[in-house]
Design a protein around this ligand. Structure first.
Ligand SMILES: Cc1ncc(COP(=O)(O)O)c(C=O)c1O
Length: 364
């Protein structure tokens, strides 16, 4: 029987513009022909120092045969101490990516729209496309600041959510508290994605208590080096948190992620020392890049730096770096076609990267 199975798939999902994820090291090694141990993976904003040793040790005894707690009691207690927020204001997800998806499930019906301040993290647009929502793009200005006046003109009755990444991935700048307060006055749901909070030191989490239309997202992928385990969390009004609990899959955060989160938060001081190393390295790399001709780094509050090159050169440099086993992030969009983003690695990784960037720029 010839069923033509695609006829049964939701029509708007048949031709998806997909999210472009980063490849794992072994695939990068294969693509570049460089040994896996010699690859410089600076394309995923991952932590070059890895996870906490205490977390790695704790994983040895994780009770893998037992389902995790659906109400995440230990996780939420531990995050409550870390964030200084009551447990009822907290819910964890399999990465903040899962929480973004859950927010769409909770708020978005087919035909609704969301506000995206591009260029920004591609996940908001991706989830909107899956949900059948349209994306109202309010382009950032030349310094990548959000334009709230333009937003106020574009917003309409079908607008449900305003997404802001702060610091913004990939541009590195933050959204001020005043700007967030103006966004909250629209009465729409405002999601402030603070995935890089530990590197920026800026948060609007305290506003969650007074504003029921605010969700702050955080993750342990970056500062705590747990990207591979998928663990993030949301801070919001208990009403919203309970609705998220109602619709999430019961065991959404796995036992290994739970065990690693608890141990990581116990080992917070050591992890924050690594964050300080990364911040120092970010500042050092920024200063070096600033002195190189024909490349313009943008100041960053994250663990990455966005760089602008002359017309047509960014992709060439990105490809040349990749051929030598050095991977930075290129964005194939009109606005960012002359840019690439470098994740901050160790000092010796920076030195190698800079040597190659200078060499290739000189030859162009
Ligand atoms: C702004 C932003 N939000 C969320 C995420 C996803 O984080 P997680 O690994 O917790 O899903 C990322 C990852 O790069 C990010 O840059």
């Amino acid at each position: 029987m010839n069923i033509k199975i695609e006829k049964l798939i939701k029509p708007h999902l048949l031709k998806m513009k997909v999210y472009e994820p980063v490849d794992p090291p072994e695939v990068l090694a294969q693509k570049s022909g460089i040994k896996k141990e010699n690859i410089l993976k600076l394309n995923g904003n991952e932590n070059p120092y890895g996870g906490s040793e205490k977390a790695i040790k704790a994983l040895e005894n994780a009770p893998l045969h037992i389902y995790p707690d659906p109400l995440q009691r230990k996780i939420r207690n531990s995050l409550s101490k870390y964030t200084n927020m009551p447990t009822e204001n907290i819910i964890a997800g399999a990465g903040s990516d899962e929480l973004i998806d859950l927010i769409f499930r909770l708020f978005i019906s087919y035909g609704d729209n969301i506000i995206d301040f591009e260029p920004t993290f591609a996940m908001y647009g991706f989830c909107a496309r899956i949900a059948g929502a349209s994306i109202i793009n309010v382009p950032r200005d030349k310094n990548f600041e959000i334009d709230i006046k333009a937003l106020e003109n574009k917003i309409n009755d079908n607008t449900k959510i305003i997404f802001v990444s702060s610091p913004n991935n990939p541009t590195g700048n933050i959204c001020s508290k005043d700007q967030v307060l103006r966004l909250l006055q629209t009465g729409k749901l405002v999601v402030i994605d603070e995935a890089y909070y530990e590197f920026s030191g800026h948060t609007v989490a305290e506003l969650v208590k007074e504003h029921e239309n605010l969700i702050v997202l955080r993750t342990l992928s970056k500062w705590a080096g747990l990207a591979g385990l998928r663990i993030g969390y949301a801070l919001a009004n208990p009403i919203l948190i309970n609705h998220i609990i109602d619709i999430k899959s019961p065991y959404n955060v796995n036992i290994a992620a739970e065990v690693a989160l608890l141990a990581s938060l116990d080992d917070c001081d050591n992890l924050i020392k690594n964050v300080e190393l990364i911040i120092n390295e970010r500042n050092r790399m920024f200063n070096i890049l600033q002195k190189i001709n024909n490349i313009k780094p943008f100041p960053s509050y994250g663990n990455y730096i966005l760089c602008e090159l002359d017309e047509g050169k960014a992709k060439i440099i990105v490809d040349q770096l990749a051929n030598n086993g050095i991977f930075v992030r290129y964005f194939n969009t009109n606005r960012l076609k002359n840019f690439f983003r470098i994740a901050i690695g160790t000092p010796s990784q920076t030195d190698i990267l800079i040597k190659y960037i200078e060499k290739f720029l000189n030859k162009l």
